[in-house]
Design a protein around this ligand. Structure first.
Ligand code: SF4
Length: 212
């Protein structure tokens, strides 16, 4: 079996398990997804979903947030961790979006990467989920761990993993494979105790790094 055939089988089995792979973050437009994804760094989606309704009630879009006091934003996002940096970046990103993008979240990787606090992972999530553009694959801690265990990459470097995954999966699957690996990483192939005995990928997985 070639690597691409094995990847296709992994995708199909995970898709059978999670037929509707979507982010657990709550969002209604690209701006909301951008804010939620920035807040989700080092924080759970559940916690972010508790914070964002009040956040968007007070600052519905980049126009309102660009005029906010950073200290007020800090207070609002305090419980998501790294609140000073997140608040500062979000207000600065809102200002750039108002000044240079007519109040619209930019729809290219290059432009998104100019926003403070936005790296490839966040940009990929916004592009593929909210803007329907697949320019890459978001690599978070789950995608990184599973890609390595499953032998989809030999690297633990997110940039290299993203490139390896992009070679293994067709472009139209780039958004879904991120969600599938995240969902599966939370459910079965967890960091501390992977449930290999219950795993639908058991026959396809070399279990790299597990020492078994
Ligand atoms: S067999 Fe084990 S290590 Fe491999 S994907 Fe399944 S749970 Fe993870």
């Amino acid at each position: 079996m070639t690597n691409n055939q094995r990847s296709a089988q992994i995708f199909n089995k995970l898709h059978d398990l999670f037929p509707l792979p979507v982010t657990m973050l709550a969002w209604k437009n690209p701006w909301e997804l951008l804010v939620a994804t920035v807040l989700a760094a080092q924080c759970t989606d559940a916690r972010v979903n508790m914070v964002t309704p009040k956040f968007f009630q007070r600052w519905p879009g980049p126009g309102e947030l660009s005029r906010a006091l950073v200290s007020d934003v800090e207070q609002m996002v305090h419980s998501t961790g790294f609140f000073r940096q997140k608040a500062k970046n979000l207000v600065a990103a809102a200002k750039i979006i108002m000044r240079e993008h007519c109040g619209q979240v930019p729809d290219s990787m290059a432009e998104l990467l100019t926003l403070p606090g936005v790296a490839r992972k966040t940009a990929n999530i916004v592009l593929s989920n909210a803007l329907g553009k697949h320019e890459g694959i978001a690599v978070d801690t789950h995608v990184r761990r599973l890609s390595f265990r499953l032998g989809l990459t030999t690297s633990t470097n997110p940039a290299v993993i993203e490139r390896d995954l992009m070679l293994l999966f067709p472009r139209q699957q780039w958004g879904d494979i991120n969600h599938l690996l995240v969902l599966f990483g939370r459910d079965t192939c967890t960091a501390r105790k992977p449930r290999c005995q219950d795993c639908v990928l058991e026959g396809l997985c070399p279990k790299k790094g597990l020492g078994t």
